[in-house]
Write a protein of this length. Structure first.
Lengths: 1096, 352
């Protein structure tokens, strides 16, 4: 098939060149531009009457001699050619299936107006063939059909533009052909540019002018086109036979090939499609037809035309877009950006396009890849749409991809692949069209057929599996029955009842019973099994041989992976298959260090009783002697299980029975002890395909009708959590027998595990642009919701990253204007962030207005993002630097306070003045000096430091506090000088400005209040007070004496007495005060204290 | 060997070289025996503290110069222990309540009451009252100021307060009405030159009149700063002339660099680069308002006259926001973005 296409393509290329040469040989790039401009202008003038004038105008000023000639020719040669044309069509028609013919006729009838012009047009077109045949072979003929078609369009009103487009594309192609053969696509893309612009206005005109009639006409023209296309090749059979033949024989292939070939045709189709999108009814009718034709698929094979028609309609529609994207590869990427820029605005207006609802499963067998930002459709919505209709969506394009849905900003890598494989690319309109036009189950296309076959196979498999399951169940039941019957006379009805109303959960009921039934992770299960099997031999060789996978040396296996993918199941199954008896311990058991140690000791050296005894009537299962310990939910060992992990790891090191550890997150720090003692067995999420069959089997068994695409959606929605899917189905089964796509979607949504986004994800989601694209359906609340995923970080992260985007809003500008626009957007964003901070202050400040959180979300998060949202290419999402800088600031502020505290006996400034005014000089005198003078300067430095009571720590702080020219990074100090400095500093004694309060006994608050009562106490009750005084004195004496070196220890009592006496003399009240002060600081020199000292 | 600024700090009111009339006033107040509460305000580096110490000396004699640092622990209502340093002599206390941030009220209440409730014991003391000097009074919280109000009246026999502030704006009216407002204006450039000349002579350094004038101008009439710059120049140059460059402080050099960066390129990427430098300044304890103000004045000479008013407007706008907000970098960055936008639109001949 590809070879076909290639050959076709090649042919096309040559054709195109032929036509282009014919038409525009003398033209060059400059003209091309002109042509574009002209095209635009013309778009505005849409009346039919203008047509002729325009065409002439067109030909005269811009189209070059050859074209003119052609145009001139056409009127002249009208008569002769018509007859010829009709004759030829007559010839061709018979070959075609009969139904088409009437159609075309009817179409003609539908629009009386159109008839006449069409007649006119056909003549016009025909003249060309003649010269063409003379000069060049097939290419000209190829071009002919296009013209014919064009003129048909004229009838239906948009002719002028089409013509122009044609011309443009021709030009482009021509230009491109000069470059490289393949570049044809690129040119086509450029031409598309023009078209896109043009198309929109056209649409409007058609709507306004003839909407009612045009619909049908458009449709008819569609068919006409096809017909004519076919006609023409038939007409000039000579060179075209080969392609035609292939077309005829392998319908789908041929059609595809043809599409590729006839770019001009595609262009026209393009037009149609664009018309189709707004006038949504037309496609439906078109859709209606194909199925009818498909009804006779076998006929098609014999009657190629019928078949091609169906497939044509199916395929031709989407292909239209194919030329658009490929050019974006390679050097054309720049062009592409410009293209986007041009394109953005007009398309935004079309964003109201409603999403079509197609026939069920109509995209079956087709594979889609989405790339870039779609103009009118969110990517997720688009993907959902495809899935809803049975299509498959993959992440990256490959050979098997049927269509690439391209939006703006497509990844260059993808574009490359597209080019490489020559994939068909469409935009969302193409997709809509596909959905509208394709019949149920994808019609009879090859892909669909394949898909059908596959599906059938799958269905068979499912049925088989289900049958097997039933069989197995029966066998089990029988077994049970036999046991039962032997022991108790239980009726068969009981068994039957148990099978019909099974009280087991589905997850248990359908738990896999063989390795083949496990979905995904097959290698892991195999490994597990192999390990268990090799256990006895490994025990014998004392775990010395690692084996080829390296698990030979481990006595434990650590199974880890996300929930619901069958880790526990796999463990149990492997144990069962290898004949081990399972002892399980999970989070419901307490597993503290003690319990693990004592509890497991009993287990480790025992064998299972099941190997020796059995229940009544059961056989002794000799192989069950072996046991395996399954430690489930190891990461669930919480604070209550203190030391459990460590103990378990220790057990794993010397166990004599195999141990399987199961956890979700292996990388948790608390799982570290298992690093060296357990073999890592990561379980991954199975793919959808791996699960689907199993789920389908279950559905089949439960008689639940769920189409595959719904199951896919369920599986995807639950992130491949098999357990959850089964639970969902069992829930659904309660009240319904079938589930449709929306139902499934809704269900998986409501069952969705609430995922809290990480700050990185939050910020890249909001800044990525998707949420603010015109096609986005996310509401303000959605965006605010995003903020609340992590309300502390989201705004900080946004602030950190908002400057790194390429704002969407500035895409429409270029050059200087663009940079200005970017500045403007950034400024708006910055201002909004600043607003947000004011709100933040209200929330976290003294007012605590927590109700303002949503306001803060908008100001600090949503609004700034709305300005700057765009692609984040070229800049990584960084973590906020605010936190780090803030804590650094706090640290340095502490340093400054400390320095200022030390300096304040000498210097008068507050800490800001110290920082800003003293520090530069101090730095120079302390740091720079050491740097430059080395050891010689040390004495000076230390003298200066002492004069300001600065410590060595302060010196380090000063070093750290410098910025700019004084930055610590730049000021490298000779290590020798520095160590000398440190040594010298430590040798000397230094004055201390004060004693740290923490070194002194802190007075309690209570004692501080005491003085108030003192006088009263003093006067009223001397006895009590004296006793108290005594106590107080005794308390503070030791302190006193310790500090006072003049008072020797033995004098303790005397001093106390003296003190007491002194206190009496002066008034007892003061004593307490005094003692207090002494407590705080020995040197506190208050008047009374001086006296006390004097007394001493 | 302390730095010059502290080495040659005048000790007595007579030794003060400028604002002679103010010195006279303070002297007569000190001698009157009826010393009022004072609120001394004026810009940084004008000599407020020096004057107050000199006045205290006038009040109590040389005893006030024997000072020491006292560390006290206060307990907040939430049972948090606050360590608080007090500079004290026998006759006076000097506190900086803003050191403890929002808990300044606790300090004011506990400490002042305690001091006020005890009489001067030293019979030989010249005054019956003690003086409490409160630094950075304009940074006192409202609560703390309210706590001061009544204390000032109730304990006036035992206590006099001297509040030091940069401006009276933040001080509540009741306190302003209870104090004698003393404004210490910044010294004129001539005053500064005189001081510099005197100090230079005492140190035996070569005289450079032009350099002194330049220092006086660059210091922004901040005598402390002028003296420090003076010393820096002399420390870094063996021989100074009128042309000797004055080394700017580190942070100012960095801000100048930022201004150059901003002028050189107007793109989001450049804002990102500037942000890193702004963070650097902020984290190294340069107050955001200082950064914004300095940056504005560095930018102003580089732009066209037509833009100046606009730039000043936005600078003021964001300075206000810095005061209102809590994450200063946001506002600084917004200013940078705004400036770039204005400048760019001007360069492109568009209305901003």
């Amino acid at each position: 098939m590809p070879s076909d296409i290639r050959s076709f393509f090649g042919a096309k290329g040559s054709q195109i060149t032929g036509s282009s040469q014919e038409q525009k040989m003398p033209k060059d790039v400059a003209k091309e531009k002109k042509a574009k401009g002209r095209a635009k202008r013309k778009v505005l003038s849409d009346s039919e009457d203008d047509l002729v004038a325009e065409s002439t105008k067109k030909s005269t000023p811009k189209k070059l001699p050859p074209k003119k000639q052609m145009k001139r020719d056409s009127p002249v040669g009208e008569i002769t050619t018509t007859s010829e044309y009709f004759a030829s069509s007559g010839k061709s028609k018979p070959t075609r299936s009969t139904p088409t013919k009437p159609k075309t006729q009817s179409e003609r009838k539908v629009t009386e107006e159109s008839k006449a012009p069409s007649a006119k047009s056909t003549p016009k077109a025909t003249p060309k063939p003649e010269p063409a045949t003379n000069g060049k072979s097939s290419s000209r003929k190829r071009s002919k059909p296009n013209y014919a078609v064009d003129f048909d369009h004229e009838d239906s009103d948009f002719a002028p533009k089409v013509l122009k487009d044609d011309a443009d594309s021709g030009e482009d192609i021509f230009v491109a052909d000069h470059k490289t053969g393949r570049k044809g696509d690129a040119d086509a893309y450029q031409s598309d540019d023009d078209k896109d612009e043009i198309i929109q206005p056209t649409r409007k005109t058609t709507k306004g002018g003839k909407s009612a009639s045009s619909k049908k006409r458009v449709e008819s023209s569609d068919d006409d086109m096809n017909i004519q296309i076919k006609d023409l090749p038939m007409k000039d059979n000579s060179e075209y036979k080969a392609p035609k033949a292939s077309k005829v024989t392998n319908g789908a292939k041929a059609s595809k090939g043809r599409k590729r070939k006839s770019e001009e045709l595609e262009d026209e189709d393009d037009e149609d499609e664009d018309h189709g999108a707004p006038a949504s009814k037309k496609p439906k009718s078109a859709k209606g037809k194909p199925p009818a034709k498909k009804a006779t698929p076998k006929k098609k094979e014999e009657e190629p035309q019928a078949r091609t028609q169906v497939d044509d309609i199916l395929d031709a529609i989407p292909t239209v877009r194919a030329p658009t994207p490929p050019p974006r590869d390679g050097e054309k990427i720049f062009n592409y950006a410009a293209f986007n820029a041009n394109r953005n605005e007009p398309v935004a207006s079309g964003s109201s396009t409603d999403v079509p609802v197609g026939a069920e499963n109509c995209l079956a067998g087709l594979t889609f890849v989405f790339t870039g930002v779609l103009d009118t459709l969110e990517r997720t919505a688009g993907q959902e749409l495809v899935k809803r209709h049975g299509g498959k969506v993959t992440g990256a394009p490959s050979k098997k991809t049927s269509f690439v849905v391209l939006g703006s900003d497509a990844g260059p890598k993808k574009l490359e692949t597209i080019k490489q494989f020559g994939l068909k690319t469409i935009n969302e309109h193409g997709l809509f069209e596909l959905i509208r036009k394709l019949p149920t189950n994808g019609g009879d296309g090859k892909a669909a057929e394949q898909y059908e076959a596959k599906k059938k196979q799958e269905q068979e498999k499912i049925e088989k599996a289900a049958e097997e399951m039933v069989k197995q169940e029966r066998a089990e039941a029988k077994k049970a029955a036999s046991f039962n019957s032997s022991s108790q006379p239980v009726s068969k009805g009981d068994i039957a009842g148990s099978t019909t109303t099974d009280s087991r959960l589905w997850t248990v009921k359908y738990a896999p019973t063989a390795t083949s039934m496990i979905c995904g992770n097959k290698t892991q299960v195999d490994k597990l099994q192999a390990w268990l099997r090799a256990w006895p031999s490994n025990v014998k060789i004392k775990f010395k041989k690692p084996g080829k996978d390296g698990w030979g040396v481990f006595r434990a296996m650590c199974l880890h992976g996300p929930p619901g993918i069958g880790k526990t199941t796999a463990a149990h199954l492997a144990a069962k298959l290898e004949g081990y008896d399972v002892i399980e311990s999970n989070a419901s058991d307490t597993r503290s260090k003690k319990l693990v140690e004592t509890g497991l000791r009993g287990v480790l050296d025992t064998t299972s009783l099941l190997g020796y005894f059995a229940g009544d009537g059961k056989k002794v299962e000799a192989e069950k002697k072996k046991i395996v310990l399954v430690m489930d939910e190891v990461d669930g060992m919480s604070a209550g299980d203190r030391g459990g992990v460590g103990a378990l790891a220790a057990v794993c090191r010397k166990t004599s029975i195999p141990i399987m550890l199961i956890c979700n997150d292996r990388r948790l720090p608390k799982m570290k002890p298992f690093d060296s003692v357990a073999y890592d067995l990561p379980f991954r999420r199975p793919t959808v395909d791996q699960i689907r069959q199993r789920i389908m089997t279950i559905c089949f068994r439960e008689k639940l009708k769920v189409p595959p695409n719904v199951i896919n959606a369920l599986i995807e929605g639950s992130h491949a959590d098999i357990r959850q899917v089964i639970n969902m189905l069992s829930t659904a089964k309660l009240d319904q027998d079938a589930m449709d796509f929306d139902g499934g979607k809704q269900m998986s949504k409501s069952w969705e595990k609430h995922v809290i986004l990480k700050p990185w994800d939050i910020v890249s989601k909001i800044l990525g642009g998707g949420m603010f694209a015109p096609s986005s359906t996310s509401t303000l609340n959605d965006k605010i919701e995003l903020y609340f995923n992590d309300h502390e970080f989201s705004n900080l992260m946004l602030q950190e990253n908002y400057l790194g985007t390429n704002p969407m809003l500035s895409n429409t500008y270029t050059g200087k204007e663009k940079s200005f626009k970017m500045l403007e957007l950034v400024d708006n964003a910055a201002e909004s962030i600043s607003d947000g901070d004011l709100v933040d202050r209200m929330i976290h400040g003294s007012q605590q207005q927590w109700a303002l959180m949503p306001t803060h979300a908008v100001f600090s998060f949503v609004r700034p993002a709305s300005f700057v949202a765009g692609s984040q290419s070229g800049s990584q999402t960084r973590f906020t630097s605010w936190l780090g800088n803030n804590s650094k600031q706090n640290k340095l502020m502490r340093f400054i306070k400390e320095i200022q505290g030390h300096m304040r006996l000498r210097a008068s400034g507050d800490r800001h003045e110290i920082r800003q005014q003293y520090l530069p000089l101090l730095w120079y005198r302390l740091v720079k000096e050491l740097q430059e003078e080395g050891k010689e300067g040390i004495d000076d430095i230390i003298a200066l430091m002492d004069s300001y009571y600065l410590t060595k720590e302060d010196w380090d702080a000063i070093l750290e506090l410098g910025v700019g020219p004084m930055d610590m990074e730049h000021s490298k100090i000779d290590t020798q000088a520095k160590s000398a400095f440190t040594r010298t500093y430590n040798q000397k004694s230094h004055p201390l400005p004060y004693m740290k309060a923490s070194q002194v006994v802190a007075p309690t608050k209570k004692s501080k209040e005491r003085p108030d009562l003192e006088e009263a106490l003093d006067e009223s009750d001397s006895g009590v007070s004296s006793g108290e005084d005594q106590a107080v004195l005794d308390d503070d004496k030791p302190l006193d004496l310790k500090k006072d070196k003049y008072v020797a220890a033995p004098k303790k009592k005397k001093a106390a007495v003296k003190n007491k006496a002194g206190a009496k003399g002066k008034g007892k009240g003061k004593v307490k005060d005094e003692s207090e002060e002494e407590e705080e600081s020995e040197e506190e020199v208050k008047p009374k204290k001086g006296k006390a000292k004097a007394k001493k | 060997m302390a730095l010059l600024v502290d080495k040659y700090r005048p000790r007595s009111l007579e030794a003060l070289t400028y604002h002679k009339d103010l010195s006279e006033r303070l002297k007569s107040l000190a001698q009157s025996g009826d010393f009022p509460h004072l609120l001394v305000y004026g810009p940084s580096g004008a000599g407020k503290k020096t004057r107050i110490i000199a006045t205290l000396r006038e009040l109590y004699g040389s005893g006030v110069e024997k000072i020491k640092i006292d560390s006290r622990v206060f307990q907040t209502t939430s049972n948090r222990n606050l360590e608080f340093n007090i500079v004290a002599s026998v006759y006076h206390l000097e506190i900086t309540p803003s050191d403890v941030g929002n808990f300044d009220r606790v300090v004011i209440q506990d400490l002042l009451k305690e001091v006020a409730q005890t009489q001067q014991v030293d019979q030989s003391a010249r005054q019956r009252f003690k003086v409490v000097v409160i630094n950075e009074a304009d940074h006192l919280s409202r609560d703390a100021q309210a706590a001061l109000r009544r204390t000032m009246e109730k304990y006036s026999p035992n206590l006099r307060l001297i509040l030091l502030a940069n401006s009276t704006a933040n001080i509540i009216a009741p306190i302003r009405s209870r104090t004698l407002l003393v404004r210490v204006a910044a010294p004129t450039e001539a005053d500064i030159c005189k001081v510099l000349g005197k100090v230079g002579k005492q140190e035996g350094w070569g005289e450079a009149e032009g350099l002194n004038r330049r220092i006086a101008r660059d210091s922004g009439r901040n005598l402390r700063r002028a003296l420090l710059m003076f010393e820096a120049v002399h420390a870094q140059n063996e021989k100074v002339t009128d042309k000797t460059p004055i080394p700017p402080p580190d942070w100012e050099a960095l801000i100048a660099q930022i201004a150059d960066d901003i002028m050189a390129e107007h793109t989001p990427a450049r804002i990102l680069l500037v942000r890193a430098k702004l963070y650097d300044l902020l984290s190294h304890c340069i107050p955001p308002t200082t950064v914004l103000k300095t940056l504005t004045f560095k930018l102003i000479p580089k732009i066209d006259d037509a833009l100046k008013a606009e730039v000043i407007k936005w600078s003021a706008f964001y300075e206000h926001r810095i005061r209102l907000g809590s994450k200063h970098i946001f506002h600084l960055e917004a200013f940078v973005a705004k400036f770039m936008r204005i400048l760019e639109s001007y360069l492109m001949g568009m209305d901003f």
